[in-house]
Write a protein that binds this ligand. Structure first.
Ligand SMILES: [Zn+2]
Length: 325
């Protein structure tokens, strides 16, 4: 079944057909959104077909993902996602909430949320016969790519700033990745991966660049939908989702998941999404709050300033979420 219609640019909204080496909009370099064939999916599947699947990982949502099954049975790539929810009563009572859940992404095989994106990117790499996958990373994204590539016999090349934590570099090496330390910051490493990808034909996993990373991250929204929203006690009640901002792509990925469910008619309302940043590192929160206090023209300028984070700002605005409380 072809579940995948093509890409749509986040800036100019133009649609593009599927292509192996298209990562961003050729016209304005905007991020591309994968457009699922929701009509076909809806004709073939009902909610019960999805939530009755036995696999307790993100692969239970394969019918809603733009990739084929990558295989790898019996390896860690089959254990990514479908992470547990905790309901800590002490915190719930302290906050005065009726319902409260914490989703434990540390259960993923290399210990972070980044496994979701890497799993889907690797599935894509297998489909297009890409033997080498490259990414820029200061830690978790590289570890996720390295660990899951090791699981399925693909080669990972990680460009990491030389200031990256030694423990994270060690994790990359333990997984057998080729690690290139860059005499510069993350942006320098990012640029080098793009150049290497073009020069050597390597498949590039970079977050905020490869559209399939968001397709992995959206599976967390599917799980929240299945584990919480499908639950009887909150089915008719709105929920809010609090997400650490990171580089901005986690929130936009989760928003994409809820949008897909809404398009399928399987979700009534998209939950409010709240971005969480620490006060000492609040660039996105500041941009968002400034944008709320200004007019549309200035908002566009702010969005351009923060590049790929356009998805994030839109996700927060469209769900009536925020970054400050
Ligand atoms: Zn465009």
């Amino acid at each position: 079944m072809n579940k995948f219609l093509g890409y749509q640019c986040s800036i100019c909204n133009e649609e593009f057909p599927f292509s192996n080496d298209l990562y961003t909009c050729p016209k304005d370099n905007g991020n591309l959104d994968v457009v699922l064939d929701t009509a076909t999916i809806r004709r073939k599947y009902e909610i019960s077909d999805i939530i009755s699947r036995r696999e307790e990982s993100l692969w239970r949502y394969l019918p809603l993902l733009p990739i084929n099954d990558p295989g790898g049975e019996g390896t860690p790539i089959r254990t990514v996602g479908f992470t547990p929810l905790y309901t800590p009563v002490i915190i719930k009572n302290a906050l005065g909430l009726r319902d409260f859940w914490i989703k434990d992404e540390g259960r993923n095989p290399t210990g972070s949320f980044k496994d979701r994106a890497s799993a889907i990117v690797i599935a894509r790499a297998i489909e297009i016969n890409a033997e080498i996958i490259v990414t820029a990373s200061t830690g978790n994204a590289g570890a996720a790519l390295a660990g899951l590539c090791a699981a399925v016999g693909r080669n990972a090349v990680i460009f990491a700033p030389k200031t990256a934590p030694p423990a994270k570099i060690a994790q990359l090496l333990v997984y057998g990745a080729k690690v290139i330390l860059v005499d510069g910051n993350y942006d320098s490493a990012f640029d080098l991966t793009i150049a290497a990808s073009k020069e050597f034909g390597w498949y590039c996993r970079n977050t905020g660049y490869n559209p399939f990373t968001a397709e992995g991250k959206k599976t967390a929204a599917f799980e929240i939908w299945e584990q919480v929203i499908q639950g009887e006690s909150v089915n008719q009640k709105p929920i809010s989702v609090f997400v650490s901002v990171g580089d901005g792509n986690i929130i936009s990925g989760i928003h994409k998941g809820f949008k897909d469910l809404l398009a399928l008619g399987w979700l009534e309302h998209i939950p409010r999404i709240f971005g969480v940043q620490s006060e000492g590192s609040a660039a996105i929160a500041n941009a968002f709050m400034n944008s709320l206090a200004t007019h549309r023209g200035k908002l566009k300028k702010v969005m351009q300033m923060i590049g790929s984070r356009i998805f994030l700002i839109r996700s927060l605005r469209k769900t009536n979420g925020t970054t400050r409380f």
